[in-house]
Design a protein around this ligand. Structure first.
Ligand SMILES: [Zn+2]
Length: 106
């Protein structure tokens, strides 16, 4: 089978992603829900602190401005095929919107 990466755009509520999101940094991962750092993103099924079970993954290093982002995304995907890769730029922009909205609603 000849598989390729094809980006799929879906309408999602960032509040449904963030509590299950593992964010990969340069070396380690962190939990988007409780901000716990130093997670082994290649192995962590859940956050050791808040016990959230991860469903999504993204990487701070895989922004559109970085060269080589597709190599990195591919590497992360093959390490964690059980998680759905979320575009970091989309996530940041959506979580920024969501934060701004909740400030105005308070
Ligand atoms: Zn956590």
């Amino acid at each position: 089978m000849d598989k390729s990466f094809i980006r799929v755009w879906e309408e999602k509520d960032v509040k449904e992603i963030e509590p299950y999101l593992l964010i990969v940094g340069e070396v380690m991962g962190d939990c988007a829900k409780c901000k716990e750092v130093g997670l082994d993103y290649g192995a962590a099924k859940e956050c050791p602190k808040c016990k959230t079970v991860f469903r999504y993954i993204t990487s701070r290093e895989a922004t559109s401005s970085k060269p080589g982002r597709f190599t990195l995304i591919r590497r992360i995907h093959f390490k964690r095929p059980d998680l759905i890769f979320i575009d970091y730029d989309d996530y940041k922009s959506a979580s920024g919107h969501s934060r701004a909205k909740s400030i105005f609603n308070d």
